[in-house]
Design a protein around this ligand. Structure first.
Ligand SMILES: *[C@@H]1O[C@H](CO)[C@@H](O)[C@H](O)[C@H]1NC(C)=O
Ligand SMILES: *[C@@H]1O[C@H](CO)[C@@H](O)[C@H](O)[C@H]1NC(C)=O
Length: 399
């Protein structure tokens, strides 16, 4: 059995944190010893497993600043992570076979001093996440970017969360062609979807034969208008939309301007296109409603382009709901074209053609839905995730 320590910059609540916690639970379930060392852990804002004793967490160096004069966030984050790494290697007394280093690679040279194998989890190259508008900003980022690339190259193995990120990794870190990042998909938490599903109320889902569903936050980059324009085209082609409805469900926060504006714009567009009676807008919804929506809809329309991964299509397939999505980013990997849904160009023409198939063929949704569920179980379940990670750790320790 292997001693694995997870080193993390900030163990709060988010998709990236969920992924490493799942990784720790997976390794623990195979009998490995796992622990967390982190620069920040707030028991008021963290995942349950990190405070109920399931996973041991040590927080070090939280007194170090997160920013200086309202700036230099990256520099401070690096410093905090290096400090935590130094603690882990020189003072913690923990036995280390593998260190699972998350997000920040700058501390890897310190970790290498321990003799342990270093596994680096790269969610996305940090250097692509910040803008460099000014010369000073570029000057500040240049050594940081250099350091990110050099230190990433010092890991024994690199994990990424999708093939898409692997491609970005190769394009960004030009000097690291010798590293072939391994893809470890994050796994959705299906517990909420295993609860009993309530039948839909009339407000949630009108009684129509074909229901198209979009689930995405009211943000422009999600391109929700594509769903509405595609429905308009479908109406033109079929000359009527009897028994066809579109539900636009999405996270919405009254305090976020973009949410408010985009929602207004979309409802306006719906009226302009004479679709008001065929479209329902839902702003924010419960887990129970989400289950019902996914179970009783004919298919999910997933409109964003270049989404890094996208968890909603997987949740939909788990609920046996086929997915029509844009042919780019995460859906290229999650959806099997023609088998569990359809991958389309981000145009109303292509989307409407896929939607039409569901209108004209009453058995298509059921068939694709079933295949979707099987695909999720094979590729995106906790069991699949655990075997893959356990193999990665095993190989790392053999080399
Ligand atoms: C968003 O959808 C529109 C059609 O409504 C399409 O023309 C456009 O290319 C899409 N944008 C992206 C980024 O895919
Ligand atoms: C409807 O879809 C099913 C499942 O893909 C397929 O087997 C069947 O041939 C289709 N029916 C028609 C009329 O296209």
């Amino acid at each position: 059995m292997v001693n694995v320590v997870f080193l993390h910059p900030d163990l709060g609540i988010g998709g990236a944190e969920r992924a490493v916690i799942d990784a720790a639970l997976a390794l623990k379930s195979r009998g490995h010893t796992v622990r967390f060392v982190t620069a920040h852990h707030d028991v008021g804002h963290c995942f349950e497993e990190t405070k109920d004793g399931t996973l041991m967490v040590t927080s070090v160096g939280d007194w170090l600043p997160r920013k200086i004069l309202g700036r230099f966030y990256a520099f401070c984050a690096y410093l905090r992570m290096i400090y935590a790494a130094a603690y882990l290697v020189f003072f913690s007394g923990l036995k280390l076979d593998v260190v699972f280093c998350d997000q920040i690679s700058a501390c890897i040279p310190v970790l290498r001093l321990s003799g342990a194998k270093i596994l680096f989890y790269c969610h996305f190259p940090d250097m692509l996440l910040t803008q460099r508008r000014s010369f000073l900003k570029r000057l500040y980022r240049a050594p940081i970017d250099w350091l990110e690339e050099k230190t990433t190259g010092m890991a024994h193995s690199v994990l990424v969360n999708s093939k898409f990120t692997a491609g970005v990794f190769r394009d960004t870190f030009k000097s690291l062609t010798h590293i072939e990042p391994e893809v470890l998909y994050p796994i959705p938490d299906f517990t909420a979807f295993d609860q009993p599903v309530e039948p839909p109320s009339e407000q949630l889902l009108p009684a129509c034969k074909v229901i198209f569903l979009s689930i995405n936050r009211y943000e422009r980059k999600k391109n929700l208008s594509l769903a509405i324009r595609s429905l308009a085209l479908l109406k033109e082609e079929l000359s009527s939309l009897d028994d066809v409805h579109l539900v636009m469900a999405g996270g919405y926060d009254e305090r976020v301007n973009e949410n408010k504006e985009y929602f207004k714009e979309l409802s306006h567009m719906t009226k302009e296109l004479n679709l008001a009676k065929h479209v329902t807008f839902l702003r924010s919804f419960s887990d129970a409603e989400k289950r019902t929506l996914l179970k009783y809809s004919t298919c999910l329309l997933y409109t964003p382009s270049n989404e890094h991964f996208g968890i909603v299509p997987i949740e939909a397939m788990y609920m046996k709901c086929p997915v029509v999505a844009v042919r780019s980013g995460g859906p290229l990997e999650t959806i099997a074209h023609g088998e569990t849904g359809f991958l389309c160009e981000p145009t109303p023409k292509d989307f409407a053609a896929a939607m039409r198939k569901f209108v004209e063929n009453g058995t298509l949704a059921e068939k694709l839905g079933k295949a979707g569920y099987e695909r999720v179980m094979k590729k995106f379940s906790f069991v699949a995730f655990t075997s893959q990670l356990d193999n990665i750790i095993g190989q790392l320790c053999e080399d």
